[in-house]
Design a protein around this ligand. Structure first.
Ligand SMILES: NC(=O)N[C@@H](O)C(=O)O
Ligand code: NI
Length: 165
């Protein structure tokens, strides 16, 4: 019987073992441009490694997933962090897992608002982009360059993600 996962709200503290939350945190804000702009400073850090590595900025246009969703795999990027910040403003899921001897452990599912992004730490297990209820664009900062930066592992048994909305 596949294991039914619970969905947690995305908070900095809960997500801390996996990376950082990217959102307009007042504690990070200072005014610039003569007071006309609020700069939410250094919300996350891109972490890229390996000769020839470059930080790149992309747009991912994700199709909404259908729910309940059978989660069968996780991936990670050993050479770089990867951030996702919604452009269009809809809810989405950040799904991560602790490392368990080189394989992903029990997944954790975080429901992000349309104003929340995340930066997955380098080599952190996560599921590929999961838009929820509409085709959704995300600004993605990750790594380009030589070397294999994608490891995928399939679970022996699937997990089920219930409908988040
Ligand atoms: N493969 C790719 O560029 N996308 C994944 O890394 C993802 O996390 O969505
Ligand atoms: Ni990824």
């Amino acid at each position: 019987m596949p294991h039914l996962l619970t969905i947690e709200p995305l908070t900095e503290a809960a997500f801390a073992p996996f990376g950082t939350v990217i959102e307009a945190d007042p504690a990070s804000m200072h005014l610039i441009n003569g007071g006309s702009t609020e700069r939410f400073h250094a919300l996350a850090y891109a972490d890229m490694t390996g000769d020839g590595a470059r930080v790149i900025i992309n747009i991912f246009r994700g199709q909404p997933r259908s729910f309940p969703y059978r989660l069968t795999m996780m991936e990670r990027h050993p050479l770089g962090s990867q951030s996702f910040s919604p452009i269009g403003g809809g809810p989405w899921l950040a799904v991560v897992a602790p490392d368990d001897g080189g394989k992903p452990g029990l997944p954790r599912v975080f429901l992000a608002t349309g104003s929340q992004g995340v930066n997955y730490g380098r080599n952190v297990w996560h599921h590929p982009l999961m838009a929820v209820d509409a085709v959704s664009d995300f600004l993605v900062v990750d790594r380009d360059g030589p070397g294999n930066n994608l490891v995928e592992v399939f679970y022996d048994e699937p997990f089920i993600i219930p409908n988040p909305v």
